[in-house]
Write a protein that binds this ligand. Structure first.
Ligand SMILES: Cc1cc2nc3c(=O)[nH]c(=O)nc-3n(C[C@H](O)[C@H](O)[C@H](O)COP(=O)(O)OP(=O)(O)OC[C@H]3O[C@@H](n4cnc5c(N)ncnc54)[C@H](O)[C@@H]3O)c2cc1C
Ligand SMILES: NC(=O)c1ccc[n+]([C@@H]2O[C@H](COP(=O)([O-])OP(=O)(O)OC[C@H]3O[C@@H](n4cnc5c(N)ncnc54)[C@H](OP(=O)(O)O)[C@@H]3O)[C@@H](O)[C@H]2O)c1
Length: 415
């Protein structure tokens, strides 16, 4: 049955371990979560990702139903079939964050309802000067429009893509429905809401080391606006709704073709994985230990503080003690005045990194795509200039074309 499981037909797994990896006083909540694979026949290799199918938090579903005055038992037909409205809102649509289509639909709603609202306008901007927020960072951003006429407000919000994005950053459906006092028929709302999508997570275990289980390293997304706790759909579901009592959770495998270990077990590897980016490298280390090759392993890891974010410390120390992890380099960003990031450590060790590259080492990076991966990429080019004696153009060509495209030994799993 191994081939039968997919995003549309997930295997209903159970979580057997679910604990916080951070030390006391951390600003983060990063969890180690273990799923059983039972008799699913599911298999995976290191580098693969696990797809997780979450559900919306019950309190959001119930509040939405209440605000709109819907009948939770109304029968509806969705892309998943016939069910009650409550079930559809819990399982089939993303109702924890609002979407653009809904904000755009406000124009007609507000004009046809002729409602008046009052929006106070004060100062603090997020991304541009025409968007302002109130007293503190947890109060929603507002467009700075002189009129409190709802139609003008909606027009200002919908003026451009940035406006909608700013508006949505601090609001969910419930906030918007309350702010404009608008009512939607449930059929109309289901037409506008996005279908619920599974989330992917880099697998943090080797199946050889943990037969029958798959393990993840998950950064829980939580934030607050307007006195209401909010957060990420899937991470909150795994943290708050699914404990180890046996509640079912849908999973499927998302295999990688490219983010794989070198076939030759003699090949050295450099792994750069700050934050949750460490996940696939825990799996890589477990696999390299299991496979028993002679290739050396060098791990760059970092996060805010050694005291609170040293994930998998005992395992890492054991790999070092047993000679499996040849080098371990840390970048604790907030343990001193100035920021120290993994790219700073890479450059400090540039001469040795370059020697490893010359000997054919593979280079892997996992974690934040928006900032970290770009900065690490630039650091690699700088290293090729400084230690490889290349011009900037040649260094860029070497990193981006030779290593990445032709030799396929610069591999990324970034999100
Ligand atoms: C291949 C791949 C591998 C991945 N591996 C991992 C992994 O190993 N570990 C891991 O933790 N994640 C991983 N991710 C990310 C993961 O898939 C999810 O995107 C992440 O967990 C968030 O999902 P969520 O459903 O909890 O949040 P969502 O419901 O998707 O919400 C996230 C959204 O919340 C909004 N948001 C966040 N903070 C704020 C704020 N302060 N104010 C307002 N809005 C905000 C943003 O719009 C953000 O996009 C991976 C992603 C990919 C594609
Ligand atoms: N797509 C999504 O919905 C989603 C959801 C969750 C997470 N993410 C992304 O995944 C990342 C992983 O989150 P995480 O909690 O595991 O770790 P993280 O936020 O990436 O932080 C890990 C370490 O990286 C540092 N860092 C910050 N900016 C950096 C940069 N430009 N270059 C190098 N290092 C940098 C951080 O330092 P400081 O914090 O001290 O600056 C911290 O020490 C997040 O940054 C986020 O962008 C995306």
């Amino acid at each position: 049955m191994a081939d039968g499981w997919s995003a549309k037909n997930p295997y209903m797994s159970k979580i057997t371990e679910n604990f916080i990896l951070n030390g006391e006083g951390s600003r983060k909540e990063t969890r180690h979560i273990v799923f059983e694979l039972g008799d699913s026949g599911l298999d995976y290799k290191v580098g693969d990702a696990l797809g997780v199918v979450a559900e919306n938090p019950p309190h959001i579903v119930d509040e939405l139903i209440e605000v709109q005055g819907w009948n939770p038992d109304a029968e509806v037909t969705t892309h998943k079939g016939d069910r009650t409205l409550r079930e559809a809102l819990k399982k089939d649509f993303e109702v924890h964050l609002a979407n653009k289509k809904f904000v755009q639909s406000l124009t007609e709603k507000v004009i046809s309802s002729g409602m008046k609202i009052s929006m106070s306008i004060v100062s603090r901007s997020r991304n541009n000067e025409t968007w302002q927020a109130t007293e503190d960072a947890t109060t929603p951003l507002r467009p700075s429009v002189a009129s409190d006429d709802p139609a003008s407000q909606v027009e200002a919000i919908n003026a451009d893509a940035k406006g909608i994005e700013n508006y949505l950053w601090t609001r969910d459906y419930i906030d918007i429905m309350r702010e404009f006092d608008v009512k939607y028929a449930h059929e109309e709302f289901l037409e506008l809401a996005d279908r619920l999508k599974p989330r992917l997570y880099s697998i943090a275990s080797s199946h050889d080391a943990h037969p029958g289980f798959v393990e993840l390293t998950v950064g829980i997304v939580r934030f607050e606006y307007n006195g209401r706790a909010r957060g990420g759909l899937c991470t909150q579901f795994m943290a708050d709704e699914i404990d180890t009592s046996g509640a079912p959770i849908g999973v499927f495998m998302s295999p990688t073709k490219s983010f794989i270990l070198p076939e030759d077990k003699e090949t050295d590897i450099i792994m750069v994985g700050p934050g949750t980016g460490i996940a696939p490298f825990r799996a890589f280390m477990e696999q390299r230990v299991h496979d028993g090759g002679t290739g050396k392993n060098w791990l760059f890891f970092g996060d805010q503080s050694a005291k609170t974010e040293f994930y998998y410390k005992d395992e890492i120390e054991q790999w070092i003690d047993e000679g499996h992890l040849y080098k371990f380099t840390t970048a604790w960003s907030r343990d001193q005045e100035e920021k120290i990031y993994v790219q700073h450590r890479l450059k400090e060790h540039g001469a040795e990194v370059w020697e490893w590259f010359e000997r054919g080492a593979y280079f892997y990076i996992c974690g934040d795509k928006q900032y970290m991966a770009k900065d690490v990429h630039r650091a690699l080019i700088d290293i090729a200039v400084e230690h490889g004696g290349m011009s900037l153009d040649d260094a860029t060509h070497f990193i981006e074309k030779t290593m990445m495209k032709e030799q396929k030994r610069y591999l990324r799993d970034v999100y």
